[in-house]
Design a protein around this ligand. Structure first.
Ligand code: SAH
Ligand code: SF4
Length: 426
């Protein structure tokens, strides 16, 4: 989400004559695009701002701004707390940025815009995409979230859910593909609730069918999906759409029905497992990744064991594992939370250990295989190496020419590391 927002920020500011530089020391304008989902995000943002203070002391004309979820949440408070901060813009207010910057440049005014906008205004404000020579790009299909999972700040800071018209989404993908993009990830907080509230609009599976047909698109992905909206029609897409990758990120959060209910997730453990079974029936090669929260208020050892059991039963290729962190305004923040940090950390470590073992077995099973890799660019490993991804979104580094970028090539997997494979072009 923030990658797409940052792209829009760059486009809007280029209209004022700004271009990107490599460091804050070289910049006339520094913007922090923030996320407040986890981990004392607010504190981190204030910490980052502190690092810009010496630069601002040396060059008072430097403009400093904060956008995204933390800006939405904190608003004017940020200007009060940080006297050298020039501007704050919320999640619906990226389009106000040029005005805020000009007011800071010309009148030395400090500004804050965090009003939520109505649906029509938001739908009209979707930006034209900039040209980029990038193999893989994101396309936003919906914004906001109406699910109100009890731990989650997203509905509070990103506002109500809206879906873009499918015609617009398809046209945007067509444009990006005509400019050379080969892989598209359809993006939203909860992509599979796309258009559920818009009568007459294409459903998410229908949208996938339309995008899949676009000539020149090699690969299609989407993120993130909610298990409660994982319909049979969507599951069948994995068996029938040739561009759709054999990977799904399907957060389950907890394996305990009691905790799932407290989380307001809208599905049970059995619902989740039955969707996984159907996914595997539709596409036997599919690999799953997930998000899990440990230490939700009131989680007992038996609830945690249910989470471990579910992980063992499914066998996720990877998982993002999070220690629960209370977020202001959320329902869970008001729930009694008695377990000590030590107990939670111990559970977290056990969970991570299990996931490492499972990931290792799954990724090591690729050794010696020849896999199709969409080449994305130069590898961090150094000169002469490129990298790409498999259908499972796994990075593969291998020795090859930069001319391969944008092509799908066969690569034999020769070594397996924690975060990537090493291979040889066949
Ligand atoms: N919309 C997506 C992802 C939202 S945020 C979904 O519903 O799956 C990404 C992940 O952050 C969530 O899946 C959850 O695992 C984690 N998360 C969100 N709020 C959290 C909190 N308060 N504490 C810890 N982890 C949290
Ligand atoms: Fe947050 Fe739940 Fe919405 Fe995901 S679905 S963004 S976890 S409220």
């Amino acid at each position: 989400m923030n990658i797409v927002d940052s792209e829009q920020i760059v486009v809007l500011l280029s209209g004022l004559g700004y271009s990107q530089v490599d460091s804050a020391e070289q910049a006339d304008l520094v913007l922090l695009n923030t996320c407040s989902v986890r981990d004392r995000a607010e504190r981190k943002v204030y910490g980052h701002l502190g690092r810009f203070k010496p630069i601002k002391d040396k060059r008072p004309e430097l403009i400093i701004g904060v956008g995204g979820c933390v800006a939405q949440q904190e608003g004017e408070k940020m200007l009060e707390k940080v006297p050298y901060l020039n501007l704050v813009f919320g999640t619906h207010n990226i389009n106000s940025l040029p005005d805020l910057v000009q007011q800071a440049e010309q009148q030395h005014l400090r500004g804050c815009e965090t009003d939520f906008l109505d649906r029509e205004t938001r739908l009209n404000l979707f930006p034209e995409r900039s040209f980029q020579e990038t193999v893989s790009r994101f396309v936003t299909v919906m914004q906001g979230c109406d699910n109100f999972c009890s731990y989650c700040i997203v509905p509070h800071v990103r506002g109500r859910e809206i879906s873009r018209p499918s015609l617009e989404v398809v046209a945007e993908v067509q444009k990006l593909v005509s400019e050379g993009t080969k892989e598209i990830t359809l993006l939203g907080q909860n992509v599979n609730s796309y258009s559920l509230k818009d009568k007459g609009e294409a459903s998410f599976p229908q949208l996938l069918h339309q995008v899949n047909k676009i000539e020149g698109l090699h690969r299609l992905r989407f993120a993130t999906s909610h298990p409660k909206d994982m319909t049979d029609e969507l599951i069948e897409c994995f068996g029938s759409l040739d561009a759709l990758c054999h990977h799904i990120h399907l957060p389950f959060q907890s394996g305990s029905d009691r905790i799932l209910k407290l989380m307001n997730r809208g599905y049970t453990r059995d619902d989740y497992l039955s969707k996984v079974e159907k996914l595997r029936k539709s596409c036997p090669q599919i690999r799953l990744t997930t998000d899990i929260i440990v230490g939700f208020p009131g989680e007992k050892e038996e609830d945690f064991q249910a989470t471990l059991d579910l992980m063992k039963e499914v066998g996720f290729a990877d998982a993002f594992t999070f220690l629960y962190s209370p977020r202001v305004e959320t329902a869970a923040a008001k729930m009694a939370d008695k377990d000590s940090a030590l107990v939670k950390q111990d559970r977290f470590d056990r969970l991570l250990e299990l996931q490492h073992q499972t990931s290792s077995v799954i990724w090591n099973s690729d050794l010696g295989d020849i896999q199709s890799v969409l080449v994305e660019g130069k590898s961090k490993r150094g000169e002469g190496d490129v990298f790409g991804r498999t259908t499972w979104n796994r990075i593969v580094n291998f020795s090859g020419s930069i001319q391969l970028v944008g092509k799908v090539v066969p690569v034999k997997i020769t070594d397996v590391f924690r975060n990537a494979h090493l291979g040889e072009l066949v």
